[in-house]
Design a protein around this ligand. Sequence first.
Ligand code: KIV
Ligand code: ZN
Length: 525
Amino acid sequence: MTDKTTQPRVLILDTTLRDGEQSPGATMTHDEKLEIAGLLDEMGVDIIEAGFPIASEGDFAAVADIARNSRNSTICGLARANIADIDRCWDAVKHARSPRIHTFIGTSPLHRAIPNLTMDEMAERIHATVTHARNLCDNVQWSPMDATRTEHDYLCRVVEIAIKAGATTINIPDTVGYTYPMESAKLIRMLLERVPGADSIIFATHCHNDLGMATANSLAAVEAGARQIECTINGLGERAGNTALEEVVMALRVRNDILPYRTGIDTTKIMHLSRRVSTVSGFAVQPNKAIVGKNAFLHESGIHQDGVLKNVETFEIMRPEDIGLYAKNIAMGKHSGRAALRSKLRELGFELADNQLYDVFVRFKALADRKKEVYDDDLIALVADQAANAENDTIQLKSLRVVCGTAGRAEADMVLTIDGADHTTDATGDGPVDAAFNCVKDLWKHKARLQLYQVHAVTEGTDAQATVSVRLEEDGRIVTGQAADTDTIVASVKAYINALNRLVVRRAKTGPGDDVKMVNYRDSV
Ligand code: KIV
Ligand code: ZN
């Protein structure tokens, strides 16, 4: 048996709240960010990259509050290579028990051309900004963005400058998911060999998944000497996403025989975090996603089922319990009480305050009346729905009636409570969802465009709850709404309204059209 305590430690930096949240439509509310940060901290993530403080007042407030509430994790904020960004970042992270400033600049020829800096000018900029960050904070991370497409000689030169200026972690981003495992390892080895002072800092690997190699590239970098992996829950992130935390952590655990490195992650928390991130970001996890997909531990074929029944190791390389996934049984019946519900929710990873538990209990009773069997997944959807659709929302659904079928257009009539007052209308449409959405548009006028409408059945059976995701876009602002109900049309309308309520919050935060002006991290100075 291997003694893991003597194995080299690989730090996990989670950037779900920064790089992950950058996915169009993945915007999370302030409270959701705080909740996710709390769960990451509890799971044992070493560093939480909580946001990009200069990007908006909302980002700043979220990073500052996450820093204030942090317990064990280091809290990191992102800053471009300029003094204003770094000062703003420090003002947000300084409240943490253990703060970190992460500053970066694009060093590849393509990225150098944007601010139009010569190699020498960029080198000077790196020296000045890392020095400034280090004067504020003992823990400074520096990244040469697009490192995998930067000339090796220049990369060595700027990494050396950053180390001399005081950077304690050097992150090597594969910004566009361009590298492949052998090359990823070679790059880290080259830096360790050629850069003076490289042995005094930690190298990090930050991969994107454009060619589906983010996990492999991250692990290859670790084998070559990187000791920090940057990743997100569910691989959330722009385009094809970032390295998935659950994949690298479980790979290091399952293949510890050939990857003898340890992390501080409590893997039994993975499933709960995956579900929460999926809900609050509005990004559903594909069923065949490694580790956390719905099918990851399902065995359909007879041969597989037979093998698993005789010995689970025939077709399973890890146990569902390792990631916090427990056997699905009938969770609760309509006679179950509040204490039983609290204990079941605890088992599923939810710690609710008394008033939240009361709300969920009322909804649970209503669901148990409509649905024969209430499964774990039903309860998870219920809690998510309760959290997403708050009592103080500007727009609320009071009632809905729909008539549809083969005889002509669908008809809907609806009452919405908007800012406390009831408003009634009716509308027709191409099908019941269209008719109901037309009622919403009539009662709460807006010009947001529907970008995505997705329905998932939570469990099997015709009485199953449906979870619906709706993504809207208005003047460059993208918001995603979610809701669950046994009635698909009701769930659809609630998800639409949830997205509109998020739009109200976004408009208030940024002012009309301000998102378009919002700072973009791609302009790295
Ligand atoms: O992908 C990237 O290059 C980044 C940097 C800001 C580290 O996210
Ligand atoms: Zn990135």
